[in-house]
Write a protein that binds this ligand. Structure first.
Ligand code: AMP
Length: 215
């Protein structure tokens, strides 16, 4: 499948992307995960991105573009990809359109995941993430806690709260989403690619997307 997952921070893009990628071997391309790895590794990209991410703002388009262009060219993406967290602005969407045209790739769908604001806020404040860059399993302290001692059930590494999941950063991320990313819903509606899917229970959301029978 070749899809984009759209939706507010905390709507479940990462969780659904993982399920879809396990289902048909499409690669999950998460700009957020790539940036968090760059911060951990202390690369130039990571140093530049850290400030924006910690405050809940967007990393400049030029930096994001470097990541995406490189990542889309890698051979594993030929089987299919799930874009999670990209595009986030109209300008990123225009750039993506150009490169896909150049590579002769057409998108199957843009899935817009939807959940009420109170559900999203609750998820963001109770979410925890595995600190192992190669795992990044997502937990929730209320209904899907990590193992004893805050350990990841998959890889055994420590599970942490993300730096950008403080109250202030969350408020900023929601504001930025409404201003910069929400207009993409109309953008992809015009392109006749948009499908709205409710994102309350991961297994039901996953089943609804699978039912679209994307090759
Ligand atoms: P995410 O894990 O998708 O919620 O992304 C975490 C943070 O990484 C965001 O709040 C942004 O600071 C940054 N980020 C991720 N993807 C993008 C993008 N496509 N454009 C700009 N900033 C991004």
């Amino acid at each position: 499948m070749r899809i984009i997952l759209l939706g507010s921070p905390g709507v479940g893009k990462g969780t659904i992307a993982k399920l879809l990628s396990q289902h048909d071997n499409s690669v999950q391309i998460s700009t957020g995960d790539i940036l968090r790895s760059a911060i951990k590794e202390g690369t130039e990209l990571g140093r530049k991105a850290k400030k924006y991410m910690g405050e809940g703002g967007l990393v400049p388009d030029s930096r994001i573009w470097e990541i995406i262009e490189k990542r889309l060219m890698e051979p594993d993406g030929r089987k299919g990809f799930i874009l999670d967290g990209f595009p986030r602005t109209i300008s990123q969407a225009n750039q993506l359109k150009e490169i896909l045209k150049k590579l002769n790739i057409t998108l199957d769908y843009v899935i817009n995941l939807e959940a009420p604001l109170n559900v999203i806020l609750e998820r963001l404040t109770t979410r925890r993430t595995c600190s192992n860059q190669n795992c990044q399993e997502i937990y929730n302290i209320r209904n899907n806690p990590p193992a004893e001692g805050n350990k990841c059930k998959k890889c055994g590494q420590t599970v942490v709260q993300r730096d950008d999941e403080t109250q202030e950063a969350i408020a900023e991320r929601i504001k930025v989403y409404n201003e910069k990313t929400a207009p993409l819903v109309g953008y992809y509606e015009k392109e006749k690619l948009l499908v709205n899917v409710e994102s309350l229970k991961a297994d039901e959301t996953f089943a609804e997307i699978k039912a679209l029978k994307i090759q």
